[in-house]
Design a protein around this ligand. Structure first.
Ligand SMILES: NC(=O)C1=CN([C@@H]2O[C@H](COP(=O)(O)OP(=O)(O)OC[C@H]3O[C@@H](n4cnc5c(N)ncnc54)[C@H](OP(=O)(O)O)[C@@H]3O)[C@@H](O)[C@H]2O)C=CC1
Ligand SMILES: N[C@@H](CC=O)C(=O)O
Length: 512
């Protein structure tokens, strides 16, 4: 190699594989292989011997591969008949990458994380010189990964944003606004290469810019995970992250396939983490096997650093004994306001919807389901095996309103007014209403007790003093005793949720 800093790439090569048994160490076999190839005027490149499998691999130009196989078949006719040589065949469409790198192990682990496993590897340790043979469908991607490692170039991270509703579109704008700064400060080049909704998916291999919404609106490709995987393979994209900002039950079924195809996962969607425990564990096993990561900090408390904190406490052996709080940003807003304002319940619910605090269908919040899911997600972080059906949920909507379609329900909101007015009036003096979640019981057992309910608390209590759409999580542990660790802050809204998702993306990117 002339320039030590160059990555040399030789395309259109074939591996000729020569396999058999009992010829290891036999004098003359290698010589006959090279002689036969030389007589056929075939030039030979990287060579590798597999002692265990008793085979030899040589590299030739793809245009010579058929001739190379035929001349070796002819040369070893007798050994093939006796069974000493079992197979002579070619693997076409491969490329060689030659480079000098001091930290070879790091490069190998980066390649493996991107599902790249070299077919041949030759190393001259003393000179840090390496030759890798990879399939041509992965050669450019391998080159980019190796270049980023050896030349400390910004590493490109390719993002597929699934769902561009309130959270997804805010996230895209935040990423676009910050990408240059992140490239300069962290040497991470974030490129949004795919954006999808439930109907279609738009691709841009160079990365979308501020006009992304226009590109999505004219896209014609049907939304599917197959086309996303195909696109990532066609363009040999490395460091892939798929971001699920949907509310879809169907999309989460793709997580395993995406992990299998080299994607790490970030999700604001709570559905996967509240699936039956066997499915929940299956994906985690696949992720471990495939060395893929799955981050979901925004599943509980939007952008608040809650899941990470609980994970750390639990991992460090601190026994969490109880978690109690206001888990829902929308219900926080609704009851913080309803408790102190002379307004109808339905008016305040409409405000929460307008401010983007509620789920797409506000009944997900008002039924207590959203809080129940958040509670379950926290319980499972503590290795408890609870299911959604184990949770005692007090729903805030009568059954008949649950059966309406979304618009009919929104038009019937005022049917809730007198019921909540009555509850408000019947409280003790200086009390306010709060909708809380609580995980308690003996948390060293397999399952904890999970309750979701509307309570009345003194206005001057910690929970009673909550404002705006803030969430509060009180985490009680053995060592903190009756002084819980308290995490409090904005619990809903597209901006804070998107910021939390962005944080997960950056955490994954930094470790890539
Ligand atoms: N809003 C908030 O404060 C917070 C929200 N979250 C979570 O963030 C997620 C997104 O919320 P939000 O942005 O408010 O929801 P929206 O309803 O505003 O947006 C959902 C998006 O997902 C798309 N989508 C739905 N199904 C699919 C599918 N099968 N494949 C591809 N795209 C799909 C929708 O496309 P289409 O228009 O075609 O249906 C839409 O673009 C939710 O899971 C929510 O629970 C988490 C924390 C806080
Ligand atoms: N609707 C949720 C936000 C999304 O998770 C809430 O009100 O907290």
């Amino acid at each position: 190699m002339k320039n030590k800093n160059e990555i040399k790439i030789l395309k259109n090569r074939s591996i000729i594989k020569f396999e058999g048994k009992d010829f290891l160490g036999e004098v003359g076999i290698d010589g006959r292989i090279f002689k036969a190839l030389t007589y056929a005027r075939i030039s030979v490149g990287v060579i590798s011997q597999q002692a265990v499998e008793n085979g030899i691999s040589v590299l030739v130009n793809e245009s010579d591969s058929e001739k190379a196989v035929n001349c070796l078949i002819e040369e070893f006719e007798n050994e093939r008949k006796s069974g000493k040589v079992s197979q002579i065949f070619s693997i076409n469409n491969v490329s060689v990458l030659g480079f000098v790198a001091p930290d070879f192990n790091k490069i190998m682990s980066e390649l493996a994380r991107n599902n790249i496993f070299p077919l041949i590897l030759n190393q001259v340790l003393a000179e840090n010189r390496i030759n890798l043979v990879v399939t041509s469908s992965q050669d450019e991607k391998s080159k980019n990964i190796i270049e980023a490692e050896i030349f400390s170039k910004p590493k490109t991270v390719h993002l597929a944003i699934i769902g561009h509703g309130r959270v997804g579109s805010t996230l895209i704008d935040q990423v676009l606004q910050k990408s240059e700064d992140i490239r300069n400060r962290k040497k991470i080049d974030l490129k949004i290469v795919a954006v999808a909704n439930s109907r279609k998916i738009a691709f841009n291999k160079d990365g979308f810019n501020a006009n992304w919404a226009d590109e999505v609106s004219v896209a014609e490709e049907k939304s599917s995970v197959e086309s996303l995987i195909h696109f990532s393979q066609l363009h040999q994209l490395e460091n892939l992250i798929v971001v699920d900002n949907t509310t879809s039950k169907d999309f989460v079924k793709n997580y395993t396939r995406l992990a299998d195809n080299g994607f790490d996962l970030v999700s604001s969607n709570k559905i996967f983490n509240t699936a039956p425990i066997s499915e929940y564990r299956d994906l985690r096993n696949v992720l471990t096997k495939k060395n893929k990561k799955y981050l979901y900090e925004t599943n509980v408390g939007a952008g608040l650093p809650l899941i990470d904190t609980i994970k750390l406490l639990h991992l460090s052996g601190e026994n969490i004994t109880r978690i109690k709080g206001v888990f829902s940003g929308s219900l926080s807003y609704i009851f913080n306001n309803f408790s102190v304002r002379e307004e109808k319940f339905s008016t305040i619910v409409k405000e929460a919807i307008e401010k983007g605090f509620t789920s797409h269908d506000p009944r997900e919040d008002l039924s207590g389901n959203d809080v129940a899911k958040k509670l379950l997600i926290l319980a499972r972080e503590l290795d408890l095996t609870n299911e959604l059906t184990d949770i005692n949920i007090q729903s805030l909507i009568p059954e008949k309103l649950g059966k309406l379609n979304k618009n009919e329900f929104l038009n019937s909101l005022d049917l809730l007014d007198s019921y909540f007015e009555e509850i408000k009036k019947n409280q003790k003096e200086n009390h306010v209403l709060r909708f809380i979640g609580e995980l308690h019981g003996d948390l060293q057992q397999e399952k904890g007790e999970l309750d979701v309910q509307l309570i009345s608390v003194p206005a001057n209590s910690e929970i009673g003093q909550l404002k705006g759409s803030d969430s509060i999580f009180k985490i009680y542990t053995e060592n903190y005793g009756e002084n819980p660790l308290v995490i409090r802050g904005a619990g809903a809204g597209a901006k804070v949720a998107a910021r939390g998702v962005f944080g997960d993306i950056l955490r994954l990117s930094e470790n890539k």
